[in-house]
Design a protein around this ligand. Structure first.
Ligand SMILES: [Zn+2]
Length: 236
């Protein structure tokens, strides 16, 4: 009898997805992880072309996109999973001035905390992005203005009404009601049935000593990256 329960426990335990630190920090390769699936070219463009998402996220997206299409709204994924290495490239290009931030070369800013804060207006530190998890997508345009008129506005209004029916929510809303962290991102949507689990695990498992391995990482604690940014979401 005892052996039966031990075996049962092991089976149940194995059936749980592993959510270890490396997963939460994006330190894995989604292209070789069986929980991920590659996006097809009808759903994805730009940097998301040949990209990956968790299977659950992609299935929910495809249902949502199909429903949107019936209402004349075309949803396109332009960024999907970005692991630690990719986020490190994006971050360090801004840190080193290779990519300008609002027209500025940030190497001219010698206050390193301020330099990091400027990057954080729109980009996450490696190890702290929801894009690591395979649950979050950027849709159609990385410009809030696009969603304020014409076809973009129609897309955004459709998402506001219907995205939740498919499990998606907008974590980075306008910073009313005291939300902290990133600026508003009308393009960024999160598959909550999974991302809420990962956010809870992140809060449990990750501390500032885990945020390392890139230039400027020593600013993470002073800028309250975990409590202010990772946790600065409108839906959880
Ligand atoms: Zn995003």
């Amino acid at each position: 009898m005892k052996i039966f329960f031990v075996v049962l426990f092991l089976i149940l335990d194995w059936s749980q997805p592993t959510i270890d630190k490396n997963y939460l920090l994006g330190r894995f390769d989604p292209s070789t992880d069986s929980r991920f699936i590659q996006l097809n070219s009808t759903d994805a463009q730009g940097s998301a072309l040949n990209g990956f998402l968790r299977k659950e996220t992609y299935e929910a997206f495809q249902k949502m996109a199909k429903a949107a299409k019936k209402d004349g709204v075309n949803l396109v994924i332009i960024s999907a999973t970005r692991n630690f290495d990719l986020q490190k490239k994006i971050w360090e290009n801004k840190w080193r001035g290779k990519t300008k931030v609002e027209g500025k070369n940030l190497t001219t800013i010698s206050d390193l905390k301020e330099r990091a804060r400027l990057i954080l207006l729109y980009s996450s530190m490696p190890g702290t992005s929801r894009h690591h998890w395979g649950t979050d997508i950027d849709l159609n345009s990385l410009d809030n203005n696009y969603f304020s008129k014409g076809g973009g506005l129609k897309i955004y209004q459709w998402l506001l009404v219907h995205a939740h029916e498919y499990g998606f929510c907008q974590p980075y809303t306008a910073k009313l009601n005291g939300r902290t962290g990133y600026e508003e991102e009308k393009w960024h949507w999160s598959y909550l049935p999974l991302s809420k689990i990962f956010l809870t695990e992140y809060q449990k498992q990750i501390s500032y000593s885990d945020i390392k391995g890139f230039e400027g990482s020593e600013q993470a604690s002073a800028l309250k990256i975990i409590s202010g940014y990772v946790d600065g979401v409108a839906c959880r």
